[in-house]
Ligand binder design. Structure first.
Ligand SMILES: Cc1cc2nc3c(=O)[nH]c(=O)nc-3n(C[C@H](O)[C@H](O)[C@H](O)COP(=O)(O)OP(=O)(O)OC[C@H]3O[C@@H](n4cnc5c(N)ncnc54)[C@H](O)[C@@H]3O)c2cc1C
Ligand SMILES: NC(=O)c1ccc[n+]([C@@H]2O[C@H](COP(=O)([O-])OP(=O)(O)OC[C@H]3O[C@@H](n4cnc5c(N)ncnc54)[C@H](O)[C@@H]3O)[C@@H](O)[C@H]2O)c1
Ligand code: SF4
Ligand code: FES
Length: 816
């Protein structure tokens, strides 16, 4: 036998096994290790149970260390065995199945028990907690038989359970004792936004409700509340908090309070007995999130390996709700207090709420809703205790030193290397860069295998993805070859085909059902999916604003200096003295620094302040020119037969007709049209996406041109005789392009890819053209003018108020 000491771990969960993994790296030969686990599984990622329920992962995928791992590391594993006795004098442990094992060192990592409200009827069939694989399986099988689910508790766990049950097709009500959800992590405004978003996903909420009993014969039938009301339910999930699992420690004479009391070295009151994870109480705190538990595990591993350590000092924690399509981040102490200064920002257009709390010049708490991209850097500032004095607003707005909000890649590029990217696993940017640069990692999964980053809650995956994109040499090529982006191996055509076949109708549903690798998607796939869904389901789909870029959210082009440009629609480029006078007066009224005639024959009012936009649109009383969108931009016309002596057809009339037909049309990429009155082609129609050139007795229709970076002349699609035919062909062409091009693919690139012949073939039969025309008309029927929508909606209008004192609210001090 070896000289190795006997190490026994009670609890085969996340914290205990993490400590063992780390110990094996530090001192692989020091111990013979035995692990007991009550559950019949190898160590798995409990966090991901929420994703299993919501269809984002299956049980096999969430195993952290499979059976082989134990074997390869010489670990004796007893699963399905609960340790019921510890003899701290004789130094042995004994399981419920009679297995007895001696120890030199013992770790208790028994986790927590879900709290079950002691209600009459709580023992009925169909009343469960949400803690382990078994609970998850029970919910999945209940959803196949039953319809109505009630979740008691509107905290992180309750909401994630409710989301999963919705995904499983159940009607879900969340019963919460407080008057707003997640009160431990959010303030009321953020919570209300969250509630609105979850209600839009189909969740129902009963707030301020106290359950008194659970009724039913054998199986639960309903819940009764103190106010006398009842709710029918075939399944009840209790998610009202957890309690450290201390029973075994207590009966073994180990000191317990709320948890098993440990010092900075994770030592309990009994020599050579340690506790780690949710069961442990350190400096009065029993944590319920993995990041601090992993920190504890790393300290314990050092301690057991005999490596000097400063000990565990306690943790500042942060949380993210893992519900697809909802971004919520919370960290530190976010409550208002007389000593603290809070700054808030609320933007209903983008669905964003941010709050930061500053005490003595330092960031002490943050709540983010909608845009959580700044979460990691705020959390890092908090952990470092960095002073934010004088730059509070920048911190709140997530602005870069240059003044612009950071894009996800820019944010990762400028992030200091010592900053933590993966909070769950404590992995810094430097460690990830090392994996990419020196260990051959070029995908998110290889970085995960190498560093563990993104392997727990998955919240940092977009950031890891950015780092891979920025620093791995072959990552971009891989993404293009594999799919529309790194989040899926599926191509554009496969995704659209699945959306049609399975009737998928929301971005979130697509990501769940098509098993997106990144639960939140990325800046490439989200807008693409948003476009494809709008194209496929024009009557039912509601455009997802958060999946669009800033210009399309504000319906104006943001300029270099942060101001906007306003281009009203001027059909065919034809205006009038009255209209010009009105525009001139408005330009003066709003101090517009420049009015410019664009290449597309429109008037561009440049340098408009964001807060002036709605009022200016109202004064203009003209539709949006969509100069900012992936949409029909302009139809440029020459004077044609109306005034020009060479003109053979009325190019202005034709142009105006086309512009009126297609205004507001969403397209994969911007679309520009032009109509020339004769082959002299003064409107430059042969470098447009769809160019119309008059000839004697008819019109030539040209497609696939581009006058931008890669100049491409159009190819001739066909020649027609009448204006009605021009409209029929242009409608059919544009709809065919909408249905077949990839998002962000200009007609010029698309035609190069698919070939003009295939387009001609698709449009040659009149019946096919008319079917396309019908579909484009349905789409156009459901479009509205975005400027008008904002003018008429006070809530949307509010979002254009300046980011100054009225949006940055402060308590106990004034914002700088
Ligand atoms: C659905 C869900 C989602 C979550 N999401 C997140 C998240 O997004 N982020 C986050 O940070 N945290 C999250 N958590 C919390 C996180 O999973 C826990 O903090 C973490 O798993 C605790 O690890 P632990 O090892 O202390 O306990 P556990 O993982 O519970 O492990 C304890 C193990 O010990 C076993 N055991 C207990 N007593 C005995 C005994 N006497 N003998 C043998 N075995 C025993 C138990 O059966 C269990 O398997 C989530 C939790 C759940 C349930
Ligand atoms: N994304 C994540 O980080 C995540 C996800 C799931 C779970 N977890 C962790 O798992 C643990 C358990 O989560 P949790 O949400 O159960 O705990 P919790 O204590 O955070 O929340 C419980 C909620 O239930 C409410 N509640 C209490 N009694 C109630 C009653 N009688 N009726 C209705 N509501 C009642 C409370 O007001 C509270 O909001 C926590 O440690 C949590 O941090 C984390
Ligand atoms: S394209 Fe022909 S009709 Fe039009 S302005 Fe030029 S010359 Fe005149
Ligand atoms: S932050 Fe949770 S896995 Fe990285």
């Amino acid at each position: 036998m070896s000289e190795r000491k006997q190490l026994v771990l009670i609890g085969n969960g996340m914290a205990g096994v993490r400590a063992v993994e780390h110990l094996l790296k530090l001192a692989p030969d020091k111990y013979e290790i035995t692990i007991f686990g009550s559950e019949p599984h190898p160590n798995y990622n409990r966090i991901m149970l929420s994703s299993v329920l919501a269809g984002g992962a299956d049980m096999k995928e969430i195993v952290i260390n499979d059976w082989n791992w134990y074997q390869e590391n010489g670990i004796r594993l007893f699963t399905g065995e609960t340790v019921t006795q510890i003899d701290t004098t004789g130094r042995t442990v004994r399981s419920d199945k009679g297995t007895e094992v001696p120890y030199d060192k013992l770790i208790l990592a028994t986790g927590s028990n879900p709290f079950i409200l002691p209600l009459p009827g709580a023992d009925k069939e169909g009343v469960i907690a949400f803690r382990d694989m078994k609970d998850c399986e029970t919910m999945i099988s209940a959803s196949q038989k039953y319809k109505k689910a009630a979740v008691i508790g509107g905290g992180l766990l309750g909401i994630e359970a409710a989301r999963g049950l919705l995904h499983l097709g159940m009607e879900v009500s969340v019963i919460h004792v407080q008057n707003y959800l997640m009160e431990r992590q959010l303030d009321e405004p953020a919570s209300k936004l969250l509630q609105k978003e979850l209600e839009a996903q189909g969740m129902k909420f009963l707030l301020n409700k106290h359950t008194t009993s659970i009724t039913g014969r054998k199986r639960v039938k309903s819940l009764a509340f103190t106010d006398g009301t009842e709710l029918e339910a075939d399944l009840v999930v209790m998610a009202v908090g957890i309690r450290p699992n201390v029973q075994l420690a207590k009966i073994s004479g180990i000191e317990v309070n709320r948890g098993i009391v440990v010092n900075d070295y994770l030592e309990t009151s009994i020599p050579d007995v340690y506790a780690v994870g949710e069961c442990a109480e350190h400096r009065g705190i029993a944590y319920g999130l993995v990041a601090p538990l992993y920190e504890q595990g790393d300290v314990l591993a050092k301690q057991l390996a005999g490596i000097g350590t400063e000990g565990y000092q306690g943790s500042v924690t942060s949380t993210k709700l893992k519900v697809s399509g909802v971004n919520v981040f919370s960290a530190g102490d976010f409550h208002d207090s007389p000593e603290a200064k809070s700054l808030r920002l609320q933007d209903d257009v983008e669905g964003i709420y941010k709050k930061i709390v500053i005490k003595e010049g330092k960031l002490v708490g943050a709540v983010l809703f909608g845009d959580t991209s700044a979460g990691a850097s705020l959390f890092s500032m908090m952990r470092k205790g960095e002073s934010v004095e004088g730059r509070e607003k920048e911190v709140l707005l997530g602005f870069t030193p240059g003044g612009a909000p950071a894009s996800p890649d820019a944010k990762m590029e400028t992030m200091p290397e010592d900053e933590i990217v993966c909070g769950c696993n404590g992995v810094s940017k430097a460690v990830i860069l090392d994996a990419i640069r020196n260990k051959g990692c070029s995908t998110v999964s290889s970085v995960k295998a190498c560093t563990k980053a993104s392997g727990s809650c998955g919240g940092c995956k977009p950031d890891v993805e950015s780092l891979v994109r920025l620093y791995a040499e072959n990552s971009a090529a891989e993404a293009v070859r594999e799919g529309i982006c790194g989040c899926t191996p599926l191509s554009r055509d496969e995704i659209v085909a699945e959306m049609k076949r399975m009737g998928l109708k929301s971005v979130r549903e697509v990501m769940n059902v098509l098993e997106w690798r990144e639960p939140e998607g990325c800046s490439k796939c989200r807008p693409s999916l948003n476009y494809y869904l709008g194209m496929l389901w024009p009557e039912e789909y509601t455009d997802e604003k958060e999946s669009r870029f800033t210009n399309e959210r504000y319906h104006a082009n943001i300029q270099k200096d942060g101001t906007y440009s306003v281009v009203p629609r001027i059909y065919g480029g034809v205006t009038s003295p009255g209209e010009l006078k009105k525009i001139a007066a408005i330009a003066e009224k709003y101090d517009v620094p420049m009015v410019k005639i664009t290449g597309g024959q429109r008037l561009d009012l440049l340098g408009v302040k964001k807060e002036d936009l709605p009022a200016m649109w109202e004064d203009l009383d003209m539709p949006s020119g969509h100069a900012y969108g992936k949409a029909l931009r302009t139809v440029k016309t020459c004077v044609g037969s109306t005034f020009c002596r060479f003109g053979t057809q009325d190019s202005i009339g034709m142009g105006i007709r086309l512009e009126k037909a297609f205004e507001r049309l969403n397209t994969p990429a911007k679309v520009k049209l032009a109509v020339s009155g004769c082959p002299r082609n003064c409107a430059e129609a042969t470098i447009k996406d769809f160019g119309v050139v008059a000839i004697d007795g008819g019109w030539e229709l040209h497609v696939g041109g581009n006058g931008g970076v890669h100049v491409r002349a159009t190819e001739l699609l066909c020649v027609v005789k009448t204006e009605d035919e021009v409209l029929e062909w242009s409608s059919a062409f544009l709809q065919y392009y909408r249905e077949h091009a990839a998002w962000n693919e200009r007609t010029s690139v698309w035609i190069e890819r698919v070939g003009l012949d295939s387009v001609k073939k698709a449009l040659e039969k009149r019946e096919d053209r008319l079917a396309l025309v019908e579909r484009i008309e349905t789409t156009l029927k459901h479009t509205t003018d975005p400027w008008r929508e904002i003018i008429e909606n006070d809530d949307l209008r509010k979002n254009f108020t300046p980011l100054a004192k009225d949006q940055l609210v402060s308590q106990g001090g004034s914002p700088k």
